[in-house]
Design a protein around this ligand. Structure first.
Ligand SMILES: [Zn+2]
Length: 246
């Protein structure tokens, strides 16, 4: 392939812009915010589940407490009713009186036991409610951190996109100075090797950093100026400049 030396040199400008684009793409993929968002998202999802579990537990205890309180009420109502009967004087038989008093005593004992149960549930419920409050606070804190990281990521991405657009604009201009067949070869090599063209500087390919042999340098010296050369080592287009050491 043949191309004017000036067009070949433009490949080096193009390669530099492409390297910048690669660097920007790498930065976009490796933003520290991405790892942070990933970590916070997982933690947030875990906390959402934990809040639901804790709320369920607190709800169960609330129902358990209501049930125990209603048991206490039932026993108290029955004891009060018995007490009224006793106080009314309607029961006169000593045996019935003794039986009634014995029932009242046992109802009081039962009420005391049930009140103990209520207190024990209330303590567990208080702990469960505190757990719900703490988990909700933690969940909301993580959500806020997640949102902040997302905002920083979006700002960083917008910044990168702006730079990419600017570099691509310059790239379009440079590509316009390069003949279509040379550009096509460059693009193909770029796809294969990451970089399509490299400068020959001081007898060394700047793409793979390998020094050319004397025989290779002599062959290059003998080659016409518009001949498109390739590095034998890395296959990139080898561009001659004043610094090539020829
Ligand atoms: Zn090379």
């Amino acid at each position: 392939m043949k191309a004017a030396p000036e067009a070949q040199k433009r490949l080096l400008d193009l390669a530099e812009l492409d390297t910048t684009l690669d660097r920007l793409a790498h930065r976009r993929r490796t933003l520290p915010e991405l790892a942070e968002i990933d970590e916070r998202s997982k933690l947030y999802a875990r906390l959402v589940t934990q809040v639901i579990e804790a709320e369920t537990e607190a709800g169960d205890l609330a129902r358990e407490q209501a049930k125990a309180e209603s048991d206490v009420d039932a026993v108290r109502t029955r004891a009060e009713r018995d007490q009224k009967r006793l106080d009314s004087g309607a029961v006169t038989s000593p045996r019935d009186l003794a039986s009634l008093q014995s029932e009242i005593a046992s109802l009081h004992k039962r009420q005391g036991d049930l009140e103990e149960v209520v207190l024990e549930i209330m303590e567990r419920r208080e702990a469960a409610d505190t757990k719900v409050t703490d988990l909700i606070a933690k969940r909301d804190e993580v959500r806020a951190e997640l949102s902040a990281a997302e905002e920083r990521r979006d700002a960083a991405l917008a910044e990168i996109e702006k730079e990419v657009a600017e570099v691509q604009g310059r790239r379009t201009t440079v590509a316009g100075d390069i003949p279509a067949d040379l550009l096509k070869l460059y693009e193909k090599l770029r796809e294969q090797y990451g970089v399509g063209a490299a400068m020959l500087r001081g007898g060394r390919c700047q793409g793979c950093k390998v020094a050319l042999s004397i025989a290779e340098m002599n062959a290059i010296k003998a080659a016409p100026h518009d001949e498109v050369l390739r590095c034998e080592e890395c296959r990139r287009i080898l561009v001659r400049t004043a610094e090539s050491g020829l």
